[in-house]
Design a protein around this ligand. Structure first.
Ligand code: ADP
Ligand code: MG
Length: 492
């Protein structure tokens, strides 16, 4: 099968160039500039190329790193964190459980009523944006803000929610940053990602911080499970479908978790779980390999970031960064090839001004004159009167960046399948593998999602592909945390 590109109308660089030359003939420099923009585009395309053979090398490297990370603490860039989740929800859990999901731009609070055999009876949630200054302030300010929002939410619990008598309410805390878990309900922060940076918090127990803040706000509830969003998504997925054994998040950041045999975790010295299994939080965002197709744009994005040298894989595939990569390419085209006229539009120099939702809106523009692209360039970057050929170049840049990201994510999934021995058909026996997917990028960026799915199909082949399913586990991480609070309840 050939290269899979994001399924949106795509025009080759040469055609764009020819059209631009025709339309913009009145501009003296247009033809040479056009060649220049086409050159930059061509170079980008080459540097970002992800042929299947390369993806397979990347998948192999992922598998190798997974082994190394499981062998010893610090054995790999992949932390392969032990989640202490050794019993996933069964569907028999009962009562009201709360969850708090912190891991990016927003945080969610939710409550779910579990009805045993009848499953999830109802859920309610609220979503709150985190004020940017709290992301780089003090632990106390951040956790007090979270607790105050939780307190508001708890105070309007209606009577339809109930708890078996004699029990205190319990909460699952989804905290989607690298945490060294000490037990199912405690763990210390290793480092921040995704734009958070509160140095004082490193090494501190996140459950203790939240408990203190909740007490101050008068919330009478215990935190029974501390989980990562991928682990929560895995639990939420498993509750719906018993074949779920991998979870992947593609949102602001990216990460994956999967179910590992306890025996295959040499660094685990605790008592072997009864189930014989343990959920591993890979922290795959920090994966890095010499096979990754890194470009100058990736290198400067990384150098300018809050965490240079870290989360290299995440910076190539996740929502926080795709729009910024697009901006960097357009800036170079504006600067060296006058893509938007003689001067570089000043707003194009502002970091993170182009966000991934805008990038996907432009990428998905199906109008003949690429109206959405034109409007976005005007509204966000203050660039008016763009020609159709310029808009086509912009779409093509979106396509190259999104395609690379989606295909790399698929390679990462293949790496996990290999580690689990689910990447080949053995003796005619094929286990069914269901992968719970979550995150705004996967959910809303259709072209990215389709490309990821097509690429996985391309990599595993037709036969195996029939036994691998990706399901959208919408807000699985929030509900999953509540489910894990239930399956690890203090009362069970
Ligand atoms: P988080 O990862 O912060 O927990 P989400 O899973 O909701 O939250 O993901 C939000 C991210 O998803 C945004 O930062 C953005 O990068 C991406 N995203 C949201 N909507 C879209 C969209 N329409 N197109 C592309 N990406 C989107
Ligand atoms: Mg999330």
């Amino acid at each position: 099968m050939g290269k899979v590109t994001v399924g949106v109308a795509v025009v080759g660089a040469a055609a764009v160039c020819a059209a631009a030359a025709l339309i913009a003939r009145h501009r003296m420099r247009s033809s040479s500039l056009c060649v220049k923009a086409a050159d930059i585009l061509k170079e980008l395309e080459e540097k970002c190329a992800t042929p299947a053979a390369k993806l397979k090398q990347i998948a192999d490297a992922m598998t190798v790193e997974m082994h190394a990370g499981l062998a010893s603490e610090g054995g790999s860039k992949l932390k392969m964190l032990i989640s202490y989740v050794d019993n996933l929800p069964t569907g028999k859990e009962e009562g009201v459980y709360y969850a708090l999901d912190l891991g990016g731009t927003n945080f969610r609070v939710l409550r779910v009523q579990l009805g045993g055999k009848s499953g999830i009876e109802f859920t309610e949630f609220a979503e709150v944006t985190i004020p940017p200054q709290l992301m780089i302030g003090t632990p106390e300010a951040l956790f007090d803000y979270i607790a105050s929002e939780l307190a508001k939410f708890v105070s309007d619990e209606s009577e339809k929610f109930w708890l078996p008598p004699g029990r205190q309410r319990e909460l699952g805390f989804t905290f989607s940053f690298p945490v060294m878990q000490l037990s199912i309900d405690s763990g210390t922060l290793i480092r921040w990602t995704k734009g958070f940076s509160i140095d004082e918090m490193i090494g501190r127990d996140v459950v203790a911080e939240l408990t203190t803040a909740m007490k101050k706000r008068g919330i009478d509830m215990s935190i029974s499970a501390l989980v990562n969003d991928t682990v929560g998504t895995l639990a939420g997925g498993r509750y719906e479908n018993s074949d779920v054994c991998i979870a992947v998040i593609l949102g602001t950041g990216s990460n994956a978790a999967y179910v590992e045999r306890a025996q295959a975790i040499p660094k685990w010295h605790g008592p072997h779980p009864k189930s014989g299994e343990m959920v591993i939080n890979m922290e795959w965002g920090n994966f890095r390999s010499s096979h990754l197709p890194l470009t100058e744009y990736d290198n400067t994005l990384d150098a300018e970031s809050l965490n240079p040298g870290e989360q290299i894989f995440e910076k190539m595939i996740a929502g926080m960064y795709l729009g910024e990569l697009l901006r960097k390419v357009l800036l170079r085209m504006a600067d060296e090839a006058a893509l938007f006229g003689e001067t570089v539009p000043p707003k194009l120099k502002t970091r993170f001004i182009l966000r991934t939702p805008e990038m996907s809106a432009m990428h998905h523009d199906t109008s003949a004159d690429l109206k959405v692209v034109g409007n976005t360039l005007k509204d966000i970057l203050g660039i008016s009167d763009t020609s159709l050929s310029t808009r086509k170049i912009v779409v093509e840049v979106c396509n190259i960046i999104a395609t690379r990201g989606a295909r790399l994510a698929a390679a990462g999934i293949l790496g996990i399948l290999k580690k689990m021995g689910r990447d080949t058909v053995r003796d005619g026996e094929v286990p069914k593998t269901v992968i719970a997917m979550d995150g705004g990028l996967y959910e809303h960026y259709t072209g990215y999602r389709n490309c990821l799915e097509n690429t996985l199909h391309e990599l595993v082949g037709d036969q195996l592909s029939q036994h691998i399913k990706l399901i959208l586990s919408n807000d699985g991480s929030g509900i999953g945390a509540a489910l894990l609070a239930a399956s690890h309840s203090r009362y069970v």
